[in-house]
Structure formats: C-alpha cells, structure tokens
Design a protein around this ligand. Sequence first.
Ligand code: GDP
Ligand code: GDP
Length: 435
Amino acid sequence: MSNIVAIVGRPNVGKSTLFNRLIEQRQAIMDNQSGVTRDRHYGRAEWTNQFFTVIDTGGYVVGSEDVFEEAIREQVEMAIEEATVILFVVDCMTGITGLDEDFANVLRRSKKPVYVVANKAETTDRLQAASEFYSFGMGDPYPISAQTGSGTGDLLDDVIKHFPTEEVEDPDAGIPRIAIIGRPNVGKSSFVNTLLGKERTIVTDIAGTTRDAINTRYKAFGQDLILTDTAGLRRKARVSDNIEFYSTLRTIKAMEESDVCIIMLDATRGMESQDMTIIGQAIKAKKGVVLMVNKWDAVEKDHRTADVWKKEILQRMAPIDYLPVIFTSVHEKQRIFQVMEKAMEVYENKTKKIPTSKINELMQPEIEAYPPPALKGKHVKIKYMLQVPTPSPTFIFFCNLPQYIKESYERFLENKLREHFGFDGVPLTLFFRQK
Ligand code: GDP
Ligand code: GDP
C-alpha cells in the first residue's frame, strides 16, 4: 500500500542530487499544473508505472560531519521504521569514512531492505572503487551517478520489487481509508477524540513512548471506515530537531495509505505554505481531499468571512478548484459530522466508474461545440473516450494527434467531466492516445 523510499547517508555523498534525479520526470509534469509549493525533501517518483514517495532524509539533518550525533542516529531509525526501502548512499570518490560506518552500523540492524548506493561512479576508476563497499556486508553495492542518471535504472528495477502488490490479502480491503492530517496543533487529536467519543490514551510526555494504534475502525452512517490519525505522534522524537522530520514521515505514510485525506487547517492562523505543501502532495498522490478549516469558533467573523476564506484558498490553489471546504469547530462540535459525510462522498466520487456510453453521450456534444484548436494547420479529432479501472479516476481520450492537445484544452475537458459527473474532491487523470 505505501511505497516509501528513504535516502540516507552522510553529508555530500549526493543524496539531494539523487532525490532530484528520482523525482524530476514526474515533478516536471505535475508542477506546471498548479501553484502548489513543492517540498525540497520529499516528492513523488515513478518507475515503470509504479509510483512511490521519495524522502531525502539529509534535508533534515542538522548534525555535523565529524560526529554521528544522536539526532542523525534517530533519524535513520525513524526512516527505517517508516520506509519500505532504504537507499544508503556512499561516495566512490572518497571511499568509506567513519561516518559511513556509523550509518552502516544502524542500518545493518534494519529488517527493511537496504541498498548500498555507490554514487559518483562515472569513471572506470570509481566504478572499481565501488567494490570497497562490499565490506559493509550489506549486499552488492549499486554503482550509479546521480548526476548523469547512469545505473539508477538497475537500482530502481530492484527497489520496486519490494513494493506490495495489489493481490496481497487484506482483511480491510474495500473499506474506505480516511486519513486525518494537518500541522501540529490544528486540532487533529481533538477531532479524532470527538469522533470516537472517548479520550484515547495518547502518548505521554515520556520520551520515546508512542500510541501504537493509529488505524481505528470506525462506523459512520452505517458504513465502516478506517480512520488513520497522525495526532500526537510528534512527541515520539527524542531529539527535538527531529520532530518536523518525523511528523512529515508520518504524514506521508498516512497519506499514502489513505483513499481520502481530511486536511485540517487552523482558522486562527490562515493558510500557510506548509499547508499548501501537504495539499499539493495529496493531489500528486491522487488522493481524495476534504479541507477542514478548524477553530472557526475562535475567529471574529461576519456573514462574509467564510466566503472570503474560500476565495483565498481557491486563489492560492488555482487552477485546482474542486476541493470541498468545510468550516468547523471541534470544540463546539460544529459541522464535524458533515466533514465525515463529505469525506465519504469524496470516496464515492473517487471509486465510481462511469460507463463508456454515458461518457461519450455527454462529452461528445461538448467536444463538438468546442473542438480542440487546430495546430500547424492540422485538425485534432477526439474519437471516443473511456474511464479505465484504476484506483483514482483516469480517462483515456482516443484521438488522431494526441501530441497536439494543449494543456488548456485538457483543462477544458477536465472541467466538463467534473460538470457532468461530479468528481468533487478528487484529482482526475487524463491521457490522450493515438487511434
Ligand atoms: P548530499 O549532501 O548528500 O545531499 O549531497 P549533494 O547532492 O548536495 O551533493 C554533494 C556534492 O556531490 C555536490 O557538489 C554534487 O554536485 C556532487 N555530486 C552529487 N552526485 C554526483 C555524481 O553522481 N557524480 C559526481 N561527480 N558528483 C556528484
Ligand atoms: P493536534 O496537534 O493537531 O492533535 O491538535 P490538538 O487536538 O492537540 O489541539 C491543539 C489545540 O487546539 C488544543 O489546545 C485544542 O484544545 C485546540 N483546539 C482544537 N480544536 C479546536 C476548536 O475547534 N476550536 C478552538 N478554539 N480550539 C481548538
């Protein structure tokens, strides 16, 4: 379900270069779609149609070169805990250093697959030097060049073998998974406690303790669902510098495993760039999204305040304009069940399949009324379209010259699909194929 690849290693071995290499293709496609900000340390990647999240743990490390500080050790441990696969990056130019050994000592205890990635292997000399890394006793090193991309294909071929396949028997298969996410202090714990109707034992302040169950089966409106909540987890970090890293990890994981994300915003603080990043990530991961603006009781407002808020959110998310926004007060139990209702509705939207005949019946007249503009004197003709059976709504448009469909026309088609079929809260994917 969740495919998370963590990149670890000491400073300067090329982690962030590798990170950028892995996410570049997809990022280029997705980033021009919206004004959402991207995070420098995690992003979506794809290899042979397998999608995954990559985390550059180095971006969060504050430790220095010469000591394997507690903070770094803890981060590596956290990465091991949360990731599906770990890439341990080392440098063929420098060979093994003491700090590499420190990383190896922690990674060796991991039950998760660890790949030794021998970076900067552009020359024959350095390729040969890569064999030194056998001495970690962690299997074959993978010589690569993060800079040129050479060797990364072989590495990814093996990495994706560890991603769970859909066929795995899951007793909870088919039950909607709703993740509750948001920055610290937006009210996640309070929300979940209210929903579940009891005060659960949350983590104590004792360092290193945690609440284990973050997935809770929950019944709402006669329907079973699984609530994933990330509240309280931040207190698990022993070193305070790692709090952000850890909450990011947990957020990504919860998001990955969910169908729909309820993303909570704090009305007393407005929408901040961290919120935008979370929303952007959920959309890139093709999750359903409900925006829940909480602490509505604590803002001064008149009859226009909600509209102003909504407008501002839409403006900042443009052109993404299909996310439902609900203003809540968990304290006053205001509209919190409406949020759950909306989340279920978004789930229905995300999983529904529109019959091919219906799509063509409603979309063909739209296309006739506003056909794709001709390009270089050539007429683009869309012949028919259908929805493919994928986890999030995906449509294929068959046409004579798929490469001539412009982004603006794609947006037109997406808007028409939304108008006719109501995909509130759900990112759509459109493909154009030659026919
Ligand atoms: P990080 O600290 O581990 O994230 O390392 P960076 O990605 O910032 O890279 C550290 C340095 O190594 C930079 O000067 C990069 O240009 C260089 N570097 C990264 N990857 C490669 C590579 O594949 N080959 C070579 N020759 N240099 C690289
Ligand atoms: P978490 O870190 O996201 O789990 O947030 P908590 O549930 O721990 O809440 C953080 C703070 O916000 C607490 O002091 C809550 O009492 C407060 N809070 C939560 N929901 C509301 C709300 O609807 N209105 C107001 N005014 N405060 C709230």
